[in-house]
Design a protein around this ligand. Structure first.
Ligand code: EPZ
Length: 420
């Protein structure tokens, strides 16, 4: 097993490059299943475990998958299986995108229920509602979702909750349906727009992604294409927070500053200087920052996926900060780990009240989930003494080369293997 060992206290300086967006890549790779001719060549793919997992799943279905540096080339004309039932499918959340993609192309699919970070109940009722409205029969039995349809027919669907996964999944299913599908109360996250752009590059007819209403005009077939994934908003936000927490000056390259506005606004409120420059952002911070209040919300609100990294910074901000986690009901598991390092935090349901302390002190802590892991790394970077972050397989699912990136910025961090 591996752990990260961090000696805190170094300011960060220099520049780092952000990789392609995990949550776009894990939808775009399964979406390549929709190509009944040609090959999909997808660039700017992050080198993370969740991507490796999807590559294995696609191979298990009969796709030919070749990989290069940040590149995945997929030939899905050779698919010979619509049953996704391997351990990899059960491991990750995004395997639910196989349902929408296989249903659209083959009119049936059998996919084991997805896993992922333990941050809440994570229902998929809105995905099912969408597939049903398009004409599919959906059955969940023994932890497996089976869908089938004679044909899929476009319709109007108003989602009960704003869901990234349901928006993308039903959009996938609707691409090859007969007629027009209108999706309302949809998620507007940058990765939703990226998936729509990818599908349009394959020949789909999707308009409105990034707004309140998405309109999909069904087409007869989709083909392979070349595409480059957008930069990762959440990875960028994590490094912005780390730079703010450690002090110093860091240039974060390969970002879309517009996607980071809710994060920049909160850091500026804390006293951080943020300079936008084309496709890079400079984060400058010195001295103690001020506590703030945040409420996580769907895009363009403050992203839930950045809540945990930000909470690590708030532990040492001046005064009281209040976090209202409105998306996931169990996204405060990292708080007990932060407390082991001396943080003063009270959790009441979906609210965390943080009273800033002068310093955190190094301790042995766990990554309880992916973004919790990033939070513990940031806490280790600012703490006095040595912090060991265990269970970093969570971190490897979503952050490429995290220790190398922080080392390049001057942090004292290393990966150490150990036997439990
Ligand atoms: C995506 O999860 C991301 N995962 C999550 O990122 C992210 O936290 C989340 O969107 C919100 O931005 C991937 O893209 C693979 P949702 P998803 O459906 O699609 C409720 C990370 O750290 N809901 O937008 O599963 C649900 O309970 C991960 O990278 C229903 O009620 O999230 C939640 O409260 C973790 N019924 C809210 O909607 C449904 O059918 C938003 O969930 C679906 C969702």
């Amino acid at each position: 097993m591996n752990k990260l060992v961090i000696n805190g206290g170094n300011p960060l300086s220099g520049s780092i490059e952000i990789n392609g967006a995990k949550n776009a890549a894990v939808a775009i790779l399964p979406a390549s299943i929709l190509a009944s001719s040609g090959i999909c060549s997808i660039d700017n793919i992050p080198d993370i475990e969740d991507v490796h997992c999807i590559e294995k799943i696609l191979k298990s279905l009969g796709c030919k998958v070749k990989t290069g540096k940040n590149l995945v080339v997929i030939d899905s004309t050779t698919i010979n299986k619509i049953d996704a039932d391997t351990d990899d499918v059960r491991k990750m959340r995004a395997s639910y995108y196989l349902i929408g993609a296989l249903l659209a192309r083959f009119k049936k699919a059998r996919v084991e229920l997805p896993g992922g970070c333990p941050i809440g109940v994570r229902p998929i009722d809105q995905h099912i509602k969408g597939f049903g409205a398009l004409g599919a029969k959906v059955e969940i039995k023994h932890g497996c979702v089976s869908v089938s349809a004679e044909k899929l027919v476009g319709t109007s669907i108003f989602f009960d909750v704003v869901s990234v996964g349901a928006t993308i999944n039903v959009m996938l299913a609707a691409t090859l349906a007969e007629g027009i599908t209108t999706l309302e109360n949809v998620a507007k996250e940058p990765h939703v727009v990226d998936v729509a752009n990818f599908l349009n590059s394959m020949g789909a007819n999707i308009k409105g992604a990034g707004t309140e209403i998405i309109r999909v005009v069904g087409v007869k077939e989709l083909k392979g294409c070349s595409y480059s994934v957008i930069p990762d908003q959440i990875e960028a936000g994590t490094y912005m927070i780390a730079a703010a927490a450690c002090g110093g000056e860091v240039i974060i390259e390969n970002v879309i500053p517009k996607h980071l506005e809710s994060i920049s606004a909160k850091l500026i409120e804390m006293g951080v200087e943020i300079i936008e420059n084309g496709d890079s952002i400079t984060v400058k911070s010195k001295g103690r920052l001020k506590g703030i209040n945040i409420k996580t919300q769907p895009y363009p609100g403050f992203p839930t996926d950045v809540q945990q990294p930000l909470s690590a910074l708030l532990t040492v901000a001046e005064g009281r900060s209040i976090i209202n986690e409105s998306i996931w009901e169990s996204r405060f598991k990292h708080i007990d780990e932060l407390k082991k390092m001396g943080a003063n935090i009270k959790v009441e349901g979906r609210i965390a009240i943080i009273d800033g302390v002068d310093k955190l002190s190094g301790a042995i802590v766990k990554a309880t989930d992916l973004r919790a892991g990033a939070a513990m790394v940031i806490a280790g970077l600012i703490a006095d003494g040595t912090t060991e972050v265990l269970s970093i397989d969570h971190i490897d699912r979503g952050y490429p080369n995290i220790e190398d990136k922080f080392k390049a910025l001057g942090a004292n961090i290393k990966r150490v293997s150990y036997v439990e």
